[in-house]
Design a protein around this ligand. Sequence first.
Ligand code: FPP
Length: 250
Amino acid sequence: MSLKDKLDKNKIPQHIAIIMDGNGRWAKQRQHERTFGHENGVISVRETVEAAAEIGVKFLTLYAFSTENWNRPKDEVDALMSLLVKTINEETKTLNKNNIRLQAIGDLESLEKDTYNELQKAIENTATNSQMTLILALSYSSRWEICNAIQKIAKQIENKSITSNEINQDFISANLNTANYPDPELLIRTSGEYRISNFLLWQIAYAELFFTPVLWPDFRKENLYEAIFDFQNRERRFGKISEQLLNFKI
Ligand code: FPP
């Protein structure tokens, strides 16, 4: 029985978020430039998107470029941006064929005009697709997003459209970039690093975390199934105790 067949189809996480890490190390192991790792990372993106859509994941968020990534050498930033534009351009057809909607979160205004335009075009072209939503986190960082949300909320107080006691968890969520998506239930990070790196800090409050030593360019469908299988065998208590989840009288 394959790992895919072992998955409980009724317990597929509806939202998976992935910190794709290890492209640079993968390239270095092969005596190549770091960008070679990013190029091969695109194959993993394709495989993962396909696998997730096939098994019924509804939202897949990929951390493609962080706010902090702007501090990398200019050559690498330029190469990553060109790769993004090229990939988005080439993959729009496949996204439509597979009924996948593209969305993006992050400080999109900070992207170069070409990148921004290409992204918006793909977002518009895939807007009515409904099998799965693929969310690219681009020029994204969670603290940036939270600061932004606080500014938006402060303005609403300033112009008296809300009062401070209307601020609750749902209201904060509704003012984040991710307002239209459910919180991720599973967060995967590749490459053996055990960090969250400023990714979806608010949204992953109850997510299960899965860390794998696999470098992102080596990540394949089986690796995704492995993470989901692990997820399905965890007990998600949300602060309760086991017996409450099993409906025992206590
Ligand atoms: C982290 O590896 C990866 C990135 C910063 C970029 C991820 C981008 C891609 C996979 C390519 C395009 C993506 C899409 C969605 C089309 P790293 O460079 O930090 O690796 P290292 O930790 O080994 O140095």
